[in-house]
Design a protein around this ligand. Structure first.
Ligand code: GLV
Ligand code: MN
Ligand code: MN
Length: 358
């Protein structure tokens, strides 16, 4: 493959097709990660894509294959996920380029600091002659393990909302300030987090997470003046997700009013649920069957670059069983035999593609 870095920091390796100017089939996943992560979320999909290309050897294909190692899928640094794949579908706008990280560095500056030029972003876009995108990924849940299955074919990806919230009260002395004079931002945030959990219990299959809290000034003998919090909501139905978001923002406002706090929220992500491509799903099913593994269709609760790519081209995903159903932590793993099953299914998928795109 000939490798290059595009202007969003995606590492891309192109294997040309048998005729020049061939249309491109994309394979890949992301190589960024979360704090205290495991070793497989994202990067396994990149390694599998490279292994598939390697296994092709000199075998000519009527289409080009480009392996994509996406940057910034998780949204850890700038609070906005999928920055790498957004570059391929052309949705990195000036608002995103001006987003700040916690050190006050913009996305555009981070790109420049990495030795790249944001002016080159348009060249990262998918060409018109794009055939599709296939992503291998660990399941990150326990569905396949519970069914004792190595692989899952993703039919759709749940939508996600992410919010940043700020509860503001007033710092004061912990020992001298009586109940009626306290404007405790953390007590308000804590009450609201209880509502978040209740909402997730009431709405079936809603996933609601407060994953980050910053308490200021953050000292044992000072009443908290402010709390920064994040809210992450997921559901396969966009209406359930947006109703939950509205109800939780309303709860934040009510709790803040009653406690004499200010409440401010900003939405960082409103990513609709997305169905993956029916034709590629059927091709994956044939490939999985021919490779000797059982076929199982499932919805992805986690977000993936495939949900961004699906806006611009047919997209498909193959999941590998996650032992213990754990991910986004160090115990995340895969079974070597499942990796072998995924590789076998991937090789069959490339044969399918050879006849589909002949
Ligand atoms: C990506 O890992 C996500 O948060 O779903
Ligand atoms: Mn992840
Ligand atoms: Mn991932």
């Amino acid at each position: 493959m000939s490798p290059r870095l595009d202007a969003a920091g995606n590492l891309r390796g192109l294997r040309p097709g048998s005729v020049s100017g061939s249309a491109v089939l994309y394979l890949g996943s992301h190589i960024d990660t979360v704090p205290d992560a495991g070793a497989f979320d994202g990067v396994l999909g990149v390694v599998l894509a490279i292994a598939l290309v390697k296994a092709l050897g000199e075998h000519p294909l009527p289409f080009a294959v480009e392996v994509l190692a996406f940057s910034e899928e998780e949204g850890v640094r700038f609070g906005v996920p999928f920055i790498g794949s957004r570059a391929l579908v052309g949705t990195i706008d000036s608002e995103l380029l001006n987003r700040l990280d916690s050190a006050g560095i913009t996305v555009a500056q981070a790109i420049r600091d990495f030795g790249l030029d944001p002016a080159g972003l348009p060249a990262a876009k998918l060409p018109a002659a794009t055939l599709g995108y296939l992503e291998f990924h660990i399941e990150q849940g326990a569905v396949l393990e519970d069914l004792d299955l190595p692989l899952g074919i993703v039919t759709s990806i749940a939508g996600q909302s992410r919010f940043e919230l700020l509860f503001t009260g007033q710092a004061n002395h912990a020992g001298t300030t009586p109940r009626g004079r306290r404007r405790d931002a953390l007590a308000g945030a804590a009450e609201w987090i209880g509502c978040v959990e209740r909402e997730a219990v009431t709405a079936p299959d809603l996933r609601a997470t407060v994953g980050q809290l910053e308490v200021r000034p953050g000292t044992s003998n000072v009443i908290p003046a402010s709390v920064y919090a994040t809210l992450d909501l997921r559901h396969a139905l966009d209406s359930v997700r947006s109703e939950a978001a509205a109800s939780l923002l309303d709860a934040g406002n009510r709790i803040a009013r009653r406690r004499g706090l200010d409440f401010h929220s900003e939405q960082r992500l409103d990513q609709p649920a997305i169905p993956l491509d029916p034709e590629l799903i059927c091709a994956l099913e044939r490939a999985v069957t021919r490779s000797g593994s059982p076929v199982h269709r499932m919805v992805s609760g986690a977000g993936h670059d495939a949900m961004i790519m699906a806006r611009s081209c047919p997209a498909a995903m193959l999941f590998l069983r996650s032992p213990g159903g754990v991910s986004h932590q160090t115990e995340e793993s895969v079974l070597p035999e499942d990796v072998a099953s995924a590789l076998a299914a991937g090789a069959e998928f490339l044969k399918e593609a050879e006849s589909m795109y002949a």
